[in-house]
Write a protein that binds this ligand. Structure first.
Ligand code: PGA
Length: 249
């Protein structure tokens, strides 16, 4: 089954998020085969979107979290509170969190451990900046990220671990690696994870996923699914990407 993760970032308000979630459910009802869909709205929209999704198989995700359950962390939202409002999945280490909030690989590691311990599925984002890509050093860069983030992490039966390969230079730019490069990176990620004794990880690609490239990405046997930003915040492109995913589900 292919996976579509919609990362709505800060692009939609509470009402818009609820409307789009309802639209997604309508589209899924009409599909012969249903892909796995995960919706990640802005924090204040989590309860209302969660209510809409409650009797469906569409899963509710948060865009980040704090690893602590409670405490003096102004402006943060704890993993425990996310669970209270029905969150099942959390995106951790997105490059925009790294850029804007100084998130480090070590910080991502701590959050992943906390998310899994609380029974949430974790979507871990990795990916290289442009200079590293241009220097031909992407594999080593992503390898080091995974080493720091996932070393010693145990993936139990209660939760799933996703690794989203999101090259920084592809996010929101309209530029993407070639399909071949994406497939090679996914193989490289799996090999790295096996050296860490981690199996069963779900591999996503993210970074300028659009209608134009969704077909080839979702038809690749190396890629389990897509993490979609900008194109997921519009009903027409999101539902079309879900439809493409359903052909492979
Ligand atoms: P984009 O974002 O699809 O707008 O490039 C992807 C992401 O940031 O997860």
């Amino acid at each position: 089954m292919k996976i579509v993760v919609a990362n709505w970032k800060m692009n939609l308000g509470v009402r818009e998020s609820a409307a789009l979630a309802k639209g997604v459910l309508r589209v899924l009802r009409g599909l012969p085969a249903v892909p796995e869909v995960i919706l990640a709205p802005t924090f204040p929209a989590l309860p209302s979107v969660g209510k809409i999704l409650s009797r469906s198989r569409v899963r509710l995700a948060a865009q980040t979290m704090h690893a602590q359950e409670v405490g003096a962390f102004t402006g943060d939202v704890s993993v425990k509170v996310l669970k209270e409002v029905g969150v099942q999945v959390v995106i951790i280490g997105h490059s925009e969190q790294r850029r804007d909030h100084g998130e480090t690989d070590h910080g991502v590691h701590i959050k992943v451990v906390a998310a899994l311990a609380h029974g949430l599925d974790a979507i871990v984002c990795v990916g290289e900046p442009l200079a590293v890509h241009d220097a031909g050093e992407s594999n080593g860069y992503v390898h080091d990220q995974l080493q720091t983030i996932l070393k010693g992490v145990e993936v139990g039966r209660r939760h799933r671990l996703f690794v989203a390969y999101e090259p920084l230079w592809a996010i929101g730019t309209g530029h993407t690696p070639t399909l071949h490069d994406i497939e090679v990176m996914h193989d490289h990620i799996r090999t790295t994870l096996s050296t860490l004794d981690i199996a069963g990880v779900i591999g996503l690609y993210g970074g300028s996923v659009r209608l134009e490239n969704a077909y080839e990405l979702l038809h690749s046997s190396h890629v389990d699914g897509v993490l979609v930003g900008e194109a997921s915040a519009r009903m027409s492109s999101l539902t079309e990407i879900i439809r493409i995913a359903s052909e492979r589900s």
